[in-house]
Design a protein around this ligand. Structure first.
Ligand SMILES: [Zn+2]
Length: 204
C-alpha cells in the first residue's frame, strides 16, 4: 500500500455565548462562532482497531488552570462513554500518562480566536494514529464556559477524533457551532457508517 505523509489536521469549534439561558432549540444556539477547517481528503480517516485493542485515553488534569476542577475529567470520560456503541469496533480505556496514550485530552485557559475546542489528529492514509484534544476553560472574552458548553465542545471534539467531520445540521453535535449538547441518533448512525467495512481494506 502506498505510504502517506502524516497529516495534522486542526479542527475547531468556536464559541461565543449567544444565549446561555437559551430558549428552546432551534431558535437559539447555546453558542455560536466561526469554525475553521478543513483539508479535503480522498479518504475519510478512522481508527483501525479491534475491540480487544482499545484506544488508550489520557485525560490530563490541569489543577493550575483557572477554573479547572476534577469533575471536568469525569465529564470528559462520560463523553467517551456517550459516543460508545457496540456497533463499531472501537473501545476506550483510560491510562494514567500521555506516553501510553493514543488520545490525550488537555485543557487550556483559552484558545485562539473564538474557538473553545480543537482536535489535532494524525492521519496516515485513511488511518488515524493519534489525536490530541484541547479544550478551553474560557471563551475569547474570558468568560468561564458552562458545564453545558464544555459538554457540547467535548462531544464535538470526540466526534472529530473518531473521524467525523462537520455536518450542516444544527441538530448534530458535529455542526461547527454548539447548538446542541448531546449526541443524536443521527450522529451515532454517522459513526457506524464510517466504521463499516471498506471496499479496499485500508489499514489492514
Ligand atoms: Zn469541529
Amino acid at each position: 500500500m502506498r505510504r502517506s505523509i502524516p497529516l495534522l489536521i486542526p479542527v475547531y469549534i468556536g464559541a461565543a455565548f449567544v444565549a446561555v439561558n437559551a430558549t428552546a432549540f432551534p431558535t437559539s444556539p447555546v453558542a455560536a462562532a466561526a469554525d475553521v477547517t478543513n483539508v479535503a481528503r480522498p479518504v475519510r480517516a478512522r481508527w483501525e482497531r479491534s475491540p480487544t485493542r482499545p484506544l488508550r485515553v489520557f485525560i490530563e488534569p490541569a489543577p493550575k488552570a483557572t477554573g479547572w476542577r476534577p469533575a471536568l475529567t469525569h465529564a470528559v470520560w462520560a463523553g467517551f462513554a456517550r459516543w460508545s456503541t457496540r456497533d463499531i469496533p472501537i473501545r476506550f480505556v483510560r491510562v494514567t500518562n500521555a506516553s501510553a496514550a493514543d488520545v490525550v485530552v488537555e485543557w487550556v485557559d483559552a484558545l485562539p480566536g473564538k474557538s473553545i475546542g480543537k482536535t489535532w489528529r494524525e492521519d496516515v492514509g485513511g488511518v488515524i494514529n493519534a489525536a490530541r484534544v484541547t479544550l478551553a476553560l474560557h471563551d475569547h472574552r474570558g468568560r468561564a464556559l458552562s458545564d453545558e458548553m464544555q459538554r457540547g465542545a467535548t462531544l464535538h471534539e470526540i466526534g472529530h477524533l473518531l473521524g467525523l467531520e462537520h455536518t450542516g445540521r444544527r441538530d448534530s453535535i458535529m455542526y461547527p457551532q454548539v447548538w446542541v449538547t448531546d449526541v443524536s441518533a443521527t450522529d451515532l448512525w454517522a459513526l457506524r457508517t464510517l466504521y463499516r467495512d471498506r471496499p479496499h481494506g485500508i489499514g489492514d
